[in-house]
Design a protein around this ligand. Structure first.
Ligand code: HXC
Length: 258
């Protein structure tokens, strides 16, 4: 499929989706989000793909929702269009692991998009923020909820109320990102993480993703019961037999996603 606002590249089991609106620092308009969801769904269906990476440019992962597009909208437009709600649901339905590779600005909807991914690897020039307050609005695709779960109430309030940016070092210290690497090393580090993920059983990877995400949704007891049920269910897979046999036979496992 031909996309205009993103570039999709599939290499060695990893689909890399690059946001590509450099003239607007990858601001998320409806076209870009629609194309992103279609590309994610295609990667989820593609048997050659075992891990997905979303990235932007060296200057910006994404500087937020597109303010020119949003500025013209009324409450009725937002409400009837369910602005970015459908895209959020489509994103959350992706089963394969998604890594965000963030360099430069990840602001507003850009920060929210990064947080919707399964984890974030950041370059040392990354800047995260929820500056919507400066526009007279608030985050609208999960920022108040997800950032709070990532970094806690105090820092989240600080970010949402002052609109200040958080640099990569603070983001790592606060638990927003899993690793920070020099900008020049970002591609290599993300590729190596994605290739590691791609070596695993997709069934186990999807189960791990599902269960970790569940920790954000339900009380501990329910999450533990859910995890246990999924853990038991993996004993119905060939990959569990293969993974454990390979360990005991001191060889590399050959997972078949069965
Ligand atoms: C539309 C944007 C944009 C955005 C940048 N641009 N961010 N266009 N929407 N979110 C455009 C600029 O208008 C400019 O276009 C070009 O990109 C380069 O940006 P500059 O501002 O000239 O670059 P710089 O001086 O380096 O400043 C970078 C920046 C700044 C600090 C990131 O651009 C900025 O503050 N952007 C807005 C960040 C923001 O408020 N994001 C939250 C949006 S609301 P021209 O044509 O002039 O060259 C949101 C809500 C989510 O995300 C909820 C949705 C449901």
């Amino acid at each position: 499929m031909a996309y205009e606002t993103i570039i999709v590249d599939v290499q060695a089991y990893v689909a890399t989706i690059t946001l590509n609106r450099p003239e607007a620092l990858n601001a998320l308009n409806s076209q870009l989000l629609g194309e992103l969801c279609s590309a994610l769904e295609a990667a989820d269906q593609n048997e050659k793909v075992r891990c997905i990476v979303i990235t932007g440019s060296e200057k910006a992962f994404a500087a937020g929702a597109d303010i020119s597009e949003m500025s013209k909208k009324s409450f009725v437009d937002m409400y009837t269009e369910k602005f970015f709600a459908t895209e959020g649901e489509r994103f959350n339905n992706i089963k394969k692991p998604i890594v965000a590779a963030v360099a430069g600005y990840a602001l507003g909807g850009g920060c929210e998009l990064a947080m919707m991914c399964d984890f974030i690897i950041a370059a040392d020039n990354a800047k995260f923020g929820q500056p919507e307050i400066n526009l007279g609005v608030i985050a609208g695709i999960g920022g108040t909820q997800r950032l709070t779960r990532y970094v806690g109430k105090s820092k989240s309030m600080d970010m949402h109320l002052t609109g200040r940016f958080m640099d990569a070092e603070e983001a790592e210290r606060s638990g927003l990102v899993s690793r920070v690497v020099p900008l020049k090393k970002l591609k290599e580090e993300v590729a190596s993480a994605a290739e590691k993920i791609a070596e695993k059983s997709l069934l186990a990877a999807a189960a791990a993703k599902d269960c970790v995400n569940r920790a954000y949704e339900v009380p501990l007891e329910d999450g533990l019961a859910y995890e246990r049920a999924i853990f038991y269910s993996l004993f119905a897979t060939e990959d569990q037999k293969e993974g454990m046999a390979a360990f005991l036979e001191k060889r590399e496992p050959q997972f078949r996603d069965r």
